[in-house]
Design a protein around this ligand. Structure first.
Ligand code: NAD
Length: 503
């Protein structure tokens, strides 16, 4: 592994101050701001307003008022679409600023974040296009006396809660679709990575989104998020984060029967057969495990290898892992940046220690890297992992690859499906039947065949089992933010029930 160090990269950085956007006005919050220390360099890079319960309540009221009385839901789809397209252009124009913020707050490699911002621009444009294709249904087949029309109406106020691992990309998977439908929103980014979402607020005002339509309340989950998931004036909660907080979100939302969309954790397998294109796979294995330092819901954190190729594949993956460039996120050649917090690094190391105590072995890496700044971890490979170990069943959320083996396809499917998660999976074989059999039998929302972690705005994304509820992106993404209303219209005089018609 190549280590890239530049301890002075942020030496002259002046911490940026971020406020909250409520009802079209910027506020600073009443308490002490939350300081964000860059995970890569250990210096304060931003201060964000610590929103309170009362702030969240005011933001929900602003969104409710904007929905009930404001212009946004009443604009034509063409008008809303034009504003979303303008927002996409403004995001593109400020992409370097946004990429820098996500890189320093999340510790992500700058070159990777540039790709995420470009991907977000594409999603905003896709949502703008979908705004104009939202339509209902008509039924002219119900007999001479009836015409049925099914309307799609904007559902109302949407709470959007996002995690720290893809701060700008994940809000793009939710907000433009809610806006396309005509909804209003309250957005809460992770308290660790709020900067780019706050800048998005500035962009949306400039693009022409009316006051109160998008409100951004920064702060912690228990303070701000809890109000956003339980308040009676919220109609939908769209949450991305851990499975534990997802469960809590659903329980809170159940009190007032809100619609809930949950994008949660993953423990995604890559199943590899002996006839696979192994050169292509080795690269995908390293990419799948170490992209975003493994802090990725889609991380390919379980390799399920056919026993006959396991030994050689492990040594080839280790050889390539050795070349991964770990270090300063601001160096454009860095591939793996910092770990989000010291506490999280401890948690990851705990998983590795637990696996070693129960019989796994380190085939590469194995722990933290002292770069003289921030917190980093070596790309790690654990061999000899068995399906019952915690490291094979739970989301480690770090650069740790667990290797398991199988003898038959049925066994591979059974290992893949033996855990509570079902977000994504990969299968590698040149045999069409093998790929399709695995593709149909593995319980996951996305199956990659002979590739890994590709995506497009057109393709729905979400999880089976405890990886979530609902899908984001794709053709139906705007419909999720609508309610269905049936207009049942009678033509001519109605037949009476009590008094039979006397002709
Ligand atoms: P997290 O669950 O700790 O936090 C997510 C968000 O929820 C944050 O904004 C947080 O402040 C908020 N929150 C915390 N407690 C809350 C509460 N009581 N009520 C309401 N909101 C609350 O997750 P994280 O550590 O920020 O992110 C990592 C997790 O996100 C991983 O499990 C990862 O798999 C998951 N994730 C899933 C996807 C997906 O699309 N499936 C994508 C990215 C991340």
């Amino acid at each position: 592994m190549t280590v890239l160090v530049n301890p002075t990269a942020l030496a002259n950085h002046k911490a940026r101050e971020f406020g909250m956007l409520i009802g079209g006005k910027w506020e600073q919050g009443t308490g002490a701001p939350i300081e964000r220390i860059a995970p890569s360099h250990g210096v304060v890079v931003s201060r964000v307003a610590a929103g309170s319960k009362a702030d969240a309540e005011r933001a929900i009221k602003a969104a409710r008022d904007a929905f009930e009385e404001g212009p946004w839901p009443r604009l034509t789809a063409s008008e809303r679409s034009a504003i979303l397209l303008k927002a996409a252009d403004l995001i593109a124009a400020r992409s370097e600023e946004l990429a820098f913020l996500d890189a320093i707050e999340a510790g992500k490699p700058i070159s990777q974040v540039r790709g995420e911002i470009a991907g977000s621009v594409d999603i905003w444009r896709y949502a703008a296009a979908l705004a104009r294709s939202l339509h209902g249904e008509s039924y002219n087949t119900l007999g001479d006396g009836t015409l049925g029309v099914v309307l799609r109406e904007a559902i109302g106020v949407v709470s959007i809660i996002t995690p720290w691992n893809f701060p700008f990309l994940i809000v793009a998977q939710k907000l433009p679709f809610a806006l396309a439908a005509g909804c209003t929103a309250v957005v809460k980014p992770s308290e660790l990575t709020s900067g780019s979402t706050v800048v998005l607020g500035e962009i949306l005002l400039e693009a022409g989104v009316p006051a109160g339509v998008v409100n951004i309340v920064t702060g912690t989950g228990p303070e701000v998020g809890a109000v956003m998931t339980s308040h009676p004036h919220v109609d939908v909660v769209s949450f991305t984060g851990s499975t534990g907080v997802g469960r809590l979100t659903m329980a809170n939302a159940a009190q007032t029967l809100k619609k809930v969309s949950l994008e949660l954790g993953g423990k995604n397998p890559q199943i590899v057969f002996p006839d696979a294109d192994l050169d292509a796979f080795i690269d995908a294995a390293v990419f799948g495990a170490y992209f975003n330092a493994g802090e990725c819901c889609n991380a390919g954190s379980r390799l399920i290898l056919h026993r006959s190729i396991a030994e050689s594949v492990i040594s080839r993956v280790a050889e390539l892992a050795q070349k991964v460039r770990v270090g300063d996120p601001l160096d454009p050649t860095t591939q793996v940046g910092a770990i989000i917090t010291p506490q999280h690094l401890e948690k990851i190391n705990g998983f590795v220690d637990g696996a070693l105590k129960t019989g796994a072995e380190v085939a590469h890496g194995g722990g933290g890297l002292d770069l003289g700044m921030g917190q980093f971890m070596a790309p790690t490979i654990l061999s000899g992992v068995t399906p019952d170990m915690a490291v094979a069943r739970e989301e480690v959320f770090g650069p740790v690859l667990s290797v398991l083996t199988f003898d038959t396809a049925a066994e591979a499917i059974s290992i893949a499906n033996s855990i509570d998660y079902g977000l994504s999976a990969g299968v590698w074989s040149r045999d069409f039947d093998t790929c399709l059999t695995i593709g149909r039998k593995v319980k996951a929302g996305t199956i990659w065949m002979n590739t890994f972690m590709d995506g497009a705005s057109e393709l729905p994304f979400g999880g089976y089992k405890q990886s979530g509820l609902g899908r984001e992106l794709g053709l139906h993404a705007v419909e999720d933010y609508t309610e269905t209303k049936t207009l049942n219209m009678h033509i001519g005089s109605r037949t009476n029930w009590w008094v039979p018609k006397t002709e």
